[in-house]
Structure formats: structure tokens, C-alpha cells
Design a protein around this ligand. Structure first.
Ligand code: PSU
Ligand code: MN
Length: 302
């Protein structure tokens, strides 16, 4: 059911640094061909940093850890492919479906394969209308129950960020700022939400991860890495677009798992691709930090 590619398995067995990557960003997060180019470039970024990438997804009912270029290409072009979160994995395997795995499903598969670090764009979180809709991403539950390290640019600004942080605290998830004391808002770094904990280098983070493991705390560590300064968007500008996107989603009665892809697509289309550019840049940036952390974690083992 869960197949680890020979390259990734070899890396795990020989204690090489490995960085897991999700694939919903390919199937539902970006349009073709930007999704394909980004997926391949992010893998290359990880290799350039001296680590081994493991893109995770589901192909014909097999959970693959370390998708091939051919499989990534297939997922990037396939129409009506599934968005597979943790709850969907069993169905996807039983029905031999193909799809992109979200943060929650990717965390699960990465952990099962023995991978310690996972880099993504932004996690799902508490939606702004959660008080009426109860729309809270299962990513937060996964973070509260799977002990790996997730490097992200915070949560998308389309969400209720203060509520997302409160929810993470309730679940006992440690959120660490990487060279920042603010929780990043995906499209921009300065959310104004202060984090209690931050680190200034990969070694410090690795030490915290080791202590979490030594203590047997079964929860993820979430690393907030701001988007590169030169690629960050202006807060007021993006906030205006988000308000429009949320209004359009409501008018078109977009619900459930379609909400996040709809909002991302709306923002990209109405910003002349600016949000997409930032999205691509921050995923690469997270892949770099993820590689550095994976390397620091292995440093004491060889
Ligand atoms: N971040 C991105 N693009 C994405 C996502 C995150 O830059 O497409 C995806 C992730 O896979 C995340 C999912 O797990 O959105 C959250 O979806 P939901 O809000 O439906 O839980
Ligand atoms: Mn949701």
C-alpha cells in the first residue's frame, strides 16, 4: 500500500537527509504548467542543498513516497484527480484512485516511511467563517498527532491566522519561527502575530527536534519560515483581493475541500499571477530550510 522509491529508501537506510514534499500543491494548488515546473524545481533545490527529495502522492491506489518525474508529470496534467487528505487515504487505496496528498496525508506517509522533515507552502488552518461552517483543516489535527517537522510559510492569509495559532496551541503543537518572531502569513512575513519561540539556525532547530523525540512527544513541530523579502506581497493589497475571493466563494457556494483551491485560483487570476509567483518562491525557500534542518538532524548520526 505504501511504496518507498529505491532512491528514497537508500537515503533513509544510509542516514542521508531526506525532505518530503506534498502533491496537492501540484494537483490543486497551481495551474499547469507552473505546477509541474515548480514540483521539479523544488526537488532540484533540495538536491542542490545536498538532501534527497521525496515527493509523496497516490498513484492507482499505491501511496508513493518518492514519485518519479513521470508520475509527477501525470499528476500535474490529470483532470479530476483527487485531493487526498488523511481521511481519504484508505478510500484512495481501496478504490485504486490517484491524487495529490495534502499536508495531513503527506505527513502520515512521510512518517510511516521514516522521514523526519517535510517542506510545503502553507498549511491549512481555521477558516475565517469557521464559527458558522466549522471549516478547520485536518492539517491541524495531523500536526497534533504525527511527530515530524513541517517547514511552511505559515498559514495562508485566506485563513483566520490568530484562530489557527490558538488551535495549534490547543493541540500542543510547537510553532517555531525560523529567523523570525512572527507567524508568517504566507504571502507576507509580517502578520503581527508574535511567536513565543524562534531559532536563528538549523542546528538550534535540530536540537529542539531531538529533544521532542527523546521526550516521546507525539506531535509535529511547525516551522514558520517567511517568504523571501523581495517576493513578499503588500499586506493591504493582498487583503483586498482576499476579501473579494472570499465573497466570490460565498456567492458561488464553494464548500468543503474545494474552498482552498478556489481561493488560490481566484487570487492568482486576479493578481496577474503575482500570488502564484510568491507561492512558487516560498515553496523553494521552505525546501532550502527543510534541507538544512534535515542535514542538521543527520549531522550527529554520521
Ligand atoms: N498551500 C499551498 N497550496 C496548496 C495547499 C497548501 O500553497 O494547495 C494545500 C495543502 O495540501 C493543504 C491543503 O494541506 O491545501 C489544505 O486544504 P484544506 O484547507 O481543504 O484542508
Ligand atoms: Mn476545509
Amino acid at each position: 500500500m505504501l511504496q518507498v522509491s529505491p532512491q528514497v529508501q537508500e537515503a533513509i537506510d544510509t542516514l542521508k537527509p531526506v525532505v518530503a514534499l506534498e502533491s496537492t500543491i501540484i494537483t490543486h494548488g497551481m495551474p499547469y504548467p507552473a505546477n509541474l515546473n515548480t514540483a521539479l524545481e523544488v526537488e532540484q533545490t533540495i538536491r542542490d542543498e545536498g538532501a534527497v527529495p521525496a515527493t509523496i502522492g497516490v498513484i492507482n491506489g499505491v501511496i508513493k513516497v518518492g514519485l518519479s518525474e513521470q508520475e509527477i508529470t501525470f499528476l500535474s496534467q490529470a483532470k479530476d484527480v483527487h485531493k487526498i487528505s488523511l481521511k481519504d487515504l484508505s478510500v484512495a487505496v481501496a478504490k485504486k484512485l490517484s491524487g495529490g496528498t495534502t499536508v495531513s496525508a503527506t505527513m502520515f506517509a512521510a512518517y510511516k516511511a521514516g522521514i523526519q522533515v517535510f517542506a510545503t507552502g502553507g498549511i491549512g488552518g481555521v477558516h475565517r467563517d469557521a464559527r458558522e461552517t466549522f471549516d478547520i483543516s485536518t492539517d491541524l489535527e495531523a500536526l497534533g498527532s504525527i511527530p515530524i517537522t513541517v517547514v511552511c510559510a505559515g498559514a495562508k492569509a485566506i485563513l483566520d491566522l490568530p484562530a489557527t495559532l490558538e488551535y495549534l496551541e490547543t493541540k500542543g503543537v510547537l510553532v517555531v519561527g525560523y529567523k523570525t518572531t512572527e507567524f508568517p502569513a504566507f504571502y507576507y512575513g509580517h502578520s503581527g502575530l508574535t511567536l513565543e519561540h524562534s531559532v536563528s539556525n538549523p542546528g538550534q532547530l535540530a536540537e529542539i527536534i531531538r529533544k521532542r523525540d527523546a521526550l516521546g512527544i507525539d506531535k509535529a513541530i511547525l516551522v514558520g519560515n517567511p517568504p523571501p523579502e523581495e517576493m513578499a506581497l503588500e499586506k493591504e493589497h493582498i487583503e483586498g483581493l482576499i476579501q473579494e475571493a472570499l465573497k466570490a466563494a460565498k456567492e458561488q457556494n464553494i464548500r468543503g475541500k474545494e474552498v482552498t483551491p478556489f481561493l488560490l485560483d481566484y487570487l492568482a487570476k486576479h493578481s496577474q499571477g503575482e500570488t502564484l509567483e510568491t507561492n512558487i518562491a516560498l515553496v523553494k525557500n521552505n525546501a532550502k530550510v527543510g534541507s538544512a534542518v534535515a542535514k542538521a538532524l543527520m549531522a550527529d548520526k554520521i
